[in-house]
Write a protein of this length. Structure first.
Length: 286
């Protein structure tokens, strides 16, 4: 299958290009500059020069593909929806895979799935109207699918590093917010890449949470990271206000208490996460 992909030079994008090619697909990837073009080429994709604001390029690239995977991070809901609309117009009744995230559900109060009510922190509140509009295309003959990754780890440039490299660094300890008893719904980048491949055969209008199936506490994650960098047991508690001062609004997302199951993707797509022990991976520096 010929797949057009945005965000290919990014953390998830590189893993997804590799997974798509490994499964026999051909990939064209949006590249906004020479460096991005070189990156996607190195991973086996053909670069398409342009950015998320180049709607004509997005539309034409999607029209020439059999499926679209939209991974690029937009700066606003308006930008994301405008880009998504251009690509959905182009792909027509082909598969369009849109990226969301589990943070939109807020605190889950136990193990949840894709039917949980939304209660997003301000950082991701803009996602609701975008995802609603994307999924509405299923009523018009389109094949939209939404993938909602959990907190990503593994490899280089992982999202979880945003937390560990900002607050608490000066204390020679790994931070956690409050007592760290809130849970994180983690997923390895290689597993989420395989989920994007699996969703190429998903039904129109489907939504899939992408998590590894285990939901450790933030404190346990901090202890594992501390071991990996030679700071055994050195975990420092910081307040949410302190985290906000040093990280901005993303601190509220890291403070969420979230537990999710990947059961729907496992049952409907046959997707089975391989990395099921994130604490061991984090402890080994993964």
């Amino acid at each position: 299958m010929k797949v057009f992909l945005t965000g290919g030079s990014g953390y998830v994008g590189k893993a997804t290009i590799s997974a798509l090619i490994r499964h026999g697909h051909t990939v064209e990837a949006l590249a906004r500059n020479d460096r991005a073009a070189e990156t996607v080429s190195a991973f086996g994709a053909t670069p398409v020069r342009g950015g998320l604001g180049d709607l004509g390029i997005l539309n034409a690239a999607a029209a020439g593909a059999e499926a679209v995977v939209h991974l690029a991070q937009a700066v606003s809901g308006d930008e994301d929806l405008t880009a998504a609309t251009a690509m959905q117009d182009g792909i027509g009744n082909g598969t369009y895979i849109h990226t969301g995230g589990t943070w939109v559900y807020g605190d889950t109060k136990g193990v949840a799935d894709e039917t949980a009510p939304w209660n997003p922190p301000s950082l991701v509140a803009w996602r609701r109207p975008v995802e609603d509009a994307v999924l509405q295309r299923a009523q018009q003959g389109g094949r939209p699918v939404v993938v909602q990754p959990g907190l990503l780890y593994g490899g280089d440039g992982r999202l979880i590093d945003i937390f560990y490299t900002t607050p608490g660094k000066e204390d020679g300890a790994i931070p956690c917010i409050g007592n760290g008893e809130n849970h994180w719904a983690l997923v390895h980048v290689d597993d989420i890449a395989e989920l994007y491949v699996a969703t190429l055969r998903a039904q129109a209008g489907a939504v899939y949470v992408g998590v590894g199936g285990t939901n450790p506490t933030a404190k346990d994650c901090a202890l594992a990271v501390a071991r990996s960098v030679g700071l055994d047991g050195k975990v420092v508690s910081i307040t949410l206000d302190q985290a906000r001062e040093q990280m901005g609004p993303i601190a509220d997302a890291f403070a969420l208490d979230q537990q999710f199951t990947p059961a729907r993707a496992e049952a409907e797509l046959g997707w089975t996460p391989v990395h099921t022990d994130p604490l061991a991976d984090l402890g080994n520096g993964a």
